[in-house]
Design a protein around this ligand. Structure first.
Ligand SMILES: C=CC1=C(C)c2cc3[nH]c(cc4nc(cc5[nH]c(cc1n2)c(C)c5CCC(=O)O)C(CCC(=O)O)=C4C)c(C)c3C=C
Ligand SMILES: [Fe+2]
Ligand SMILES: [Fe+2]
Length: 342
């Protein structure tokens, strides 16, 4: 007998805000070679020899400012999505995190315990990146082969260009935009430029105008293009002129060259250029997390005000909005229905 189920996968958070728990989480996360893509020796030297000496204490302080009584916002919101989706579909829905707990393996185990043999796994990232979608699929395949060789997994693909998603995002932003704003900033999580070159099998992306072209063979694997594409779709639907819109990249780490322009540097300077009222949204994330609630809403606001800005308006992620749950349901159902052909 075949039985289907859904696994929603998000990035994951530390178990608690204690420094040892944050260190353990960062160790697993940053030692992933799809996140820091150096050879093992150099990655270990950088992560375990340098980053883990100072970053856990700093990150733990940041996590404390966003942590709720129920736990990490990212996990709590993913659980809320799970519960709402479960009410709409008649197959079991579980969650799994790429790093820390509940793990992808634990999520699959829960489904298997309920008799599931065919899983739709949904990486909750709108855009493709080596450090997100690709590492989730690689991990899930590793777990499947080792622990659950009898089950099938069908993966929901990046959905940045799906009209149901961009409609949903545009509506969500429209409702939350303040009445007066000089600019709307789209701040996406950054990645090192090297990641984009590395994952372009067509060798046709040079991180230049090609990313904004209507057609380029690299688009399917180009995170930069996919960020621009989401932005363009949304601003068209909102009827916003391009001059009122900025795209920037946040959360860089280390000395590599990451995609530019950087969110923090932009926030420090735009006030002086006359942008006094700013709205900002972060569509690389479907759920609010440390990187939106602390890095943007708190640190970003300070940077903007420090640079002469006056009104800073953070637009929350889709989180557990009903219209977004409907999109999740549709994207999962498409893949559930494909099982016959997988
Ligand atoms: C080389 C480092 C990193 C890459 C590449 C990277 C890509 C990337 N990350 C997200 C989504 C999230 N990242 C989050 C936190 C976070 N990210 C990094 C580093 C890289 N991310 C670090 C070190 C951290 C931990 C916190 C910190 O110390 O600053 C989170 C939030 C997790 C939470 O618990 O709330 C998310 C979500 C994407 C989408 C992405 C590439 C596109
Ligand atoms: Fe590109
Ligand atoms: Fe990250």
């Amino acid at each position: 007998m075949f039985m289907k189920g859904i696994l929603l996968v998000n990035l994951g958070s530390p178990r608690s805000t204690s420094v040892p728990d944050v260190r353990e989480y960062l160790d697993e996360f940053l030692m992933d070679e799809k996140v820091i893509d150096y050879r093992w020796f150099f990655r270990a030297l950088l992560v375990q020899g340098i980053i883990l000496n100072t970053r856990p204490a700093k990150s733990a302080e940041a996590y404390k400012t966003v942590w709720t009584d129920e736990g990490s916002p990212l996990i709590v919101i993913t659980q809320k999505i799970q519960k709402k989706l479960q009410k709409l579909v008649d197959v079991p829905v579980e969650i799994g995190m790429r790093y820390a707990q509940p793990s992808i393996e634990a999520g699959i185990q829960k489904l298997v315990d309920q008799g599931v043999t065919e899983i739709v796994l949904f990486p909750l990232y709108p855009q493709y990146a080596m450090s997100t979608t690709e590492t989730v699929i690689e991990k899930a395949e590793e777990v499947r082969k080792k622990k659950f060789p009898g089950i099938k997994i069908n993966y929901v693909q990046p959905f940045y260009n799906r009209e149901i998603y961009t409609d949903c995002l545009a509506e969500s932003i429209r409702e939350k935009l303040p009445e007066n704003f000089d600019a709307l900033q789209f701040s996406y999580h950054g990645v090192p430029e090297r990641h984009i070159y590395k994952t372009d099998p067509t060798n046709t992306c040079n991180l230049n105008d090609c990313c904004s072209r209507e057609n380029n063979p690299s688009h399917q694997f180009c995170y930069r293009h996919q960020c621009f594409d989401v932005t363009n779709s949304v601003i068209k639907k909102l009827g916003l002129p391009k001059e009122k819109v900025m795209v920037t990249f946040q959360s860089r780490l280390g000395k590599d060259k990451w995609m530019e322009p950087y969110t923090d540097e932009t926030l420090e300077t735009i006030g002086k250029k006359g942008i006094k009222n700013l709205a900002i949204v972060c569509p690389a994330f479907v759920s609010d997390c440390l990187e939106t609630l602390e890095e943007i809403s708190v640190e970003g606001k300070h940077q903007f005000e420090h640079g002469g800005g006056e009104n800073f308006h953070y637009i929350p992620c889709l989180n557990d909005e009903d219209r977004w749950i409907d999109v999740v349901k549709t994207l999962c159902e498409e893949k559930l229905n494909e099982f016959y052909f997988v």
